[in-house]
Design a protein around this ligand. Structure first.
Ligand code: BGC
Length: 423
């Protein structure tokens, strides 16, 4: 077998020729794709890097516009001002009913041609596909399914305290008390309104059940918001605060996860992006940390689907880059790489999950079982159910109640009912 070894001069010429071809192709096809998102923690950035490298492999330029702030409130403010000033990115991390609100403003682009060519309708659960469409046309590409009603714990810390993993709220307080006596912070928390609400909705689901959750927080039924179950939920929610530390206000969610990783705290109530942080820290599920459904909510699944909304962009190269981005998001390679790092499960159906960890496999199983049993519910804290204005208003009430011990549950209930009307 002969191998042709180019002489240095020939090699140089070859490199020059390739560069010239690439430049030509670039002029014709490669474009820039700017993505505005809020994936800034270690695991989130690692997950997003999968998209960047796929786009770069197609010759496009990736422009990262990351806005720090878990839950995305700051990112949404920045995105709004950019769109209003006529400087929209190619894609933005927007999800749930907000997609309809943005599309109604006329700023989103249809990616139906990509969706048709790639057969998205047959690859996505219909409920999720419908959220990605405006007036029947796809305007966003979904990345994953996050489960919000999780509890993470450090098993070594639990063991030292003689405490067990709680299955319901009574057990939660027994465990929390044992951890407190052992001198560790029972619950790692970050006092930001989306994190407060993440706990609140898990209490509502675990104590009230699926029907109560839907009536109170999705349908915003005034009688349910003012009823005895809500009073019990608020009372329990407030009791949890006594098991968080005094430095909780303002803390970022990933720093709270870090406290459980290091054994400074015993538990965290958080969606499975927290699992991404445990994994990025090299921790093994079932050994160094454990995941279980938030107390009392084992039969239910609170979903949170991340998606990238596509904005109208000018120039064939930019449009091409945007369409390639949409196709990449739904590809099996991306769905695997992104979700393994992100802590979530693929939104694309029938994916091979063999490379995923046990918590992700449990999540996929519970997602399917909940869909079957009718116990799949949207996360309010993560923009899946109600208009942004209502979400903001009820989040504020819940955080005011959490922060102000003088506010009674009854007062919070009437404020919640008022906030529910703010659409
Ligand atoms: C998003 C996740 C993100 C988390 C923390 C959630 O609302 O869906 O993608 O990791 O907030 O910022």
């Amino acid at each position: 077998m002969t191998t042709h070894r180019p002489t240095p001069r020939r090699a140089l010429l070859a490199v020059a020729a390739t560069a010239a071809t690439m430049a030509l192709c670039g002029a014709a096809r490669a474009g820039e794709v700017e993505v505005l998102h809020y994936w800034t923690s270690g695991s989130e950035a690692k997950a997003a890097a999968a998209l960047k490298s796929m786009l770069q492999a197609k010759g496009h330029t990736w422009r990262d516009f990351a806005v720090a702030g878990g839950g995305g409130d700051s990112a949404m403010t920045v995105l709004k001002s950019r769109v209003v000033s006529g400087n929209a990115p190619a894609a933005g991390q927007i999800k749930g009913p907000s997609l309809q609100e943005w599309a109604a403003e006329g700023v989103l682009a249809s990616i139906d041609d990509v969706a048709k060519a790639e057969k998205w309708d047959s690859l996505l659960p219909k409920q999720i596909a419908d959220v990605m469409k405006y007036k029947g046309s796809y305007v966003a590409a979904p990345l994953n399914v996050h489960r919000v009603n999780w509890l993470y714990a450090n098993p070594e810390v639990l063991k030292k305290a003689g405490a067990k993993l709680p299955a319901n709220w009574d057990e939660f307080f027994t465990t929390a008390e044992a951890l407190k006596k052992a001198g560790v912070i029972p619950l790692a928390h970050g006092g930001q309104n989306w994190q407060d609400f993440t706990i609140f909705e898990s209490v509502a689901l675990g104590l009230g059940g699926v029907d109560f959750y839907r009536k109170a927080l999705v349908q915003l039924d005034a009688a349910t918001l003012n009823g005895p179950t809500m009073e019990k939920v608020l009372t329990t929610f407030r009791r949890i605060k006594g098991y968080t530390d005094k430095n909780a206000p303002g803390r970022d969610w990933n720093l709270a996860t870090g406290m459980v990783v290091k054994g400074e705290a015993g538990m965290q109530l958080m969606g499975d992006w927290a699992k991404g942080e445990f994994m990025a820290a090299g921790k093994q599920p079932g050994k160094d940390f454990v995941c279980t459904a938030a107390p009392g909510s084992a039969g239910a699944f609170t979903f949170n689907v991340d998606s990238l909304a596509m904005f109208k962009v000018k120039g064939d190269d930019k449009v091409k880059a945007q369409k390639d981005l949409a196709a990449a998001v739904m590809s099996p390679q991306f769905q695997e790489a992104f979700n393994i790092n992100k802590g979530s499960i693929p939104v694309r159906m029938n994916m091979d999950l063999s490379k995923f960890d046990d918590c992700a496999k449990a999540s996929a199983k519970d997602f399917a079982a909940s869909a079957q049993a009718g116990t799949l519910v949207p996360s309010i804290a993560h923009g899946m159910a109600v208009p942004a204005s209502v979400e903001g208003a009820i989040k504020d009430v819940v955080s005011q109640f959490w922060n102000n011990d003088r506010m009674t549950p009854k007062e919070a209930m009437s404020r919640l009912a008022a906030a529910a009307k703010s659409s």
